[in-house]
Ligand binder design. Structure first.
Ligand SMILES: NC(=O)c1ccc[n+]([C@@H]2O[C@H](COP(=O)([O-])OP(=O)(O)OC[C@H]3O[C@@H](n4cnc5c(N)ncnc54)[C@H](OP(=O)(O)O)[C@@H]3O)[C@@H](O)[C@H]2O)c1
Length: 252
């Protein structure tokens, strides 16, 4: 049910954190992967690890804000592996934080471009390839931030992550009849280099706002991505799936 044998996937943000853990899990389940991020050396190290474990992956480094890169990732999946069945648009970053009156327009654009426009550009090229194979699964990494929590200093990031849910819903409606499922995954605080918990105090705060009183390991979020990627979620589309340790409901 969770197997991805004979499936081809693109995973963005694969050089680190959630994307890296998901790339490894997808290949363990039999998928052939195109892994994407800006840092070439990290991607190559990931591919070596996957190949050591008898998996199949190829890396292409670039910036998700670059339309030519989005097209090249799809072309690589089709050219090397024959098509595309799954796309996990996961690349993102919190960007520069600060109160709205102090936020530079440049900062706003950078964060929106990375987290939202990058996902749109990815989908623009992935959708035709996914439809070519009869549908498949398109996933965006959103966040509890922007959906159920307003966290001071994160205006651009929250707007981008909320925007991904709208994008998810429209794409799910546009292509459901053609067998394409589209979902957003909303992690809670996750122990990755991209997390904002850089001091013990910040970490204690973030752990405390979750019902489970801890942060997630990236492998735990990867398992939710696998659920959305695989046939296990065959009747799930247009949803915003929380894997958030209860941060959204917690009041303790
Ligand atoms: N950690 C959390 O608490 C948390 C919670 C909710 C949601 N999320 C979301 O989960 C996703 C993964 O984050 P993470 O926590 O795993 O952080 P991470 O370890 O910093 O990973 C972020 C990944 O995105 C890539 N990336 C960032 N900007 C990019 C760009 N312009 N072009 C291409 N790749 C880019 C990074 O690769 P390069 O630097 O090599 O380009 C890296 O592989 C993000 O969308 C994040 O917003 C995280």
């Amino acid at each position: 049910m969770f197997a991805l044998a004979n499936k081809v996937a693109i995973v963005t943000g694969a050089s680190s954190g959630i994307g890296r853990a998901t790339a490894k899990l997808f290949t363990e389940q039999g998928a052939k992967l195109v892994v994407a991020a800006r840092r070439q050396a990290e991607l190559e190290a990931l591919v070596a690890e996957i190949e050591d474990a008898a998996g199949t992956a190829i890396a292409l480094a670039g910036d998700v804000r670059d339309e030519a890169y989005a097209k090249a990732l799809v072309d690589l999946a089709v050219g090397r592996f024959g098509g595309l069945d799954i796309a996990f648009n996961n690349a993102g970053s919190v960007g520069q934080m600060g109160p709205v009156p102090d936020m530079l327009l440049k900062t706003w654009h950078e964060t929106i471009d990375t987290n939202l426009t990058g996902a749109f550009i990815g989908a623009k090229y992935q959708v035709p390839a996914l439809l070519e194979r009869g549908g498949g699964s398109l996933i965006f990494t959103s966040s509890f931030v922007g959906r159920t929590a307003g966290i001071p200093g994160m205006a651009a990031y929250a707007a981008a992550k909320a925007g991904l849910i709208g994008l998810t819903q429209v794409l799910a409606a546009e292509y459901g009849a053609q067998g394409l499922r589209v979902n957003a995954l909303l992690p809670g605080g996750t122990d990755t280099p991209g997390a904002t918990t850089t001091t013990p105090e910040a970490r204690a705060f973030v752990e405390g706002i979750h019902a489970l009183k801890r942060m997630a390991q990236p492998q735990e979020i990867a398992r939710s991505a696998l659920y959305l990627a695989s046939d296990a979620s065959s009747f799930t589309t247009g949803t915003a799936l929380f894997a958030d340790g209860g941060v959204s409901i917690n009041r303790t």
